[in-house]
Design a protein around this ligand. Sequence first.
Ligand SMILES: NC(=O)c1ccc[n+]([C@@H]2O[C@H](COP(=O)([O-])OP(=O)(O)OC[C@H]3O[C@@H](n4cnc5c(N)ncnc54)[C@H](O)[C@@H]3O)[C@@H](O)[C@H]2O)c1
Ligand SMILES: N[C@H](C(=O)O)[C@H](O)COP(=O)(O)O
Length: 338
Amino acid sequence: MRRPRLALVPGEPAGVGPELCVRALQRRWDAEITVIGDRTVLQQAAARLALPLPLPPCGDDSVAGEGSAAVDGLPIGFIDRPNTVGVDPGSPNPRNASAVVEALLSAAQGCIDGRFDGMVTGPVHKATINAGGIAYTGTTELLAGHAGCEVVMMLANDVARVALATTHLPLREVPGRITPAVLARTLRIVDSALRRDFGIAAPVIAVLGLNPHAGEDGLLGQEELETIGPSLERLRAEGLQLVGPLPADTAFLPRKLEGFDAVLAMYHDQGLPVLKYSGFERAVNLTLGLPYPRVAVDHGTALDIAGTGQADPSSLFAAIETCARLAARGRPRRGEAS
Ligand SMILES: NC(=O)c1ccc[n+]([C@@H]2O[C@H](COP(=O)([O-])OP(=O)(O)OC[C@H]3O[C@@H](n4cnc5c(N)ncnc54)[C@H](O)[C@@H]3O)[C@@H](O)[C@H]2O)c1
Ligand SMILES: N[C@H](C(=O)O)[C@H](O)COP(=O)(O)O
């Protein structure tokens, strides 16, 4: 069986993404890697790390497995997406926002066209992309819009899998977004991905409440009684195994987590701090529901250490391994979870 072909996008060029990609290119993976980014930035990162940069010499659209693949025995391809202006590590320039987004969309289109079997992405600086005039709340949302499908963000490490009912939005908007329709589509996508991508035959998903102590029987909020609880009842009737709504403060106790294959948090900072605290360097960010696997690092652009060589590549390495494994299982079918 041929190795899966993965696109690797470094993300914000002034962040730690380029140096982490250079480190990834020193290794042999169970995948053919095609980097989509700015060659000069990668060369500068490699020079700072005193590491070789095994990219093929050709410019546009050289894809691993189609010509210029083997560099020093490593199956690597390269597609150049040059930045508009030079890069100063630690100081993102909004003028490079379009190159960042174009690289992401090139990878996504390549996956949809079947030229890649999955994509791995480094961290993107959301404010810089917007300052560059491009409306962007996250790569999850960008890829959902590009593919025209509903998706779910799930971060995972060896301790837990945490999916989110809502992603990048102001906290005050969260309660209004927790609707029966959102819960139904989110939980169906998570259930389907646990079965297909993680090989769990009968997944159990814990669902958190929104309010303290899951609303304390309505004393501390109505969402559990009016929306979350009834939604879970309807989905149980479809065969989903759902536990909750649970108080978020104790749902992650190790003894409880043992019984769950994933936890659905109602909002970003209800679930992700636990996941990142329990294993920042080992966690990855998956976009469930796309017609191809997409896996990202769990960390941000780390501008405070960009260019210093201190950035830990473990999350990127875990993302490549995870994406290669998912891609080898075969492409998700569009609409499978709906
Ligand atoms: N996958 C993504 O695209 C992604 C994920 C999270 C945050 N972000 C974005 O990144 C930007 C910065 O976010 P932030 O400052 O909240 O979080 P951050 O993860 O960039 O940094 C938080 C802390 O963790 C450290 N850190 C991060 N990655 C590290 C690594 N690989 N090795 C060692 N230390 C590391 C940083 O130095 C910093 O001290 C924001 O624009 C945010 O939206 C992007
Ligand atoms: N919510 C993610 C996290 O905290 O790790 C992150 O911001 C990146 O998400 P996208 O992959 O949607 O850019």
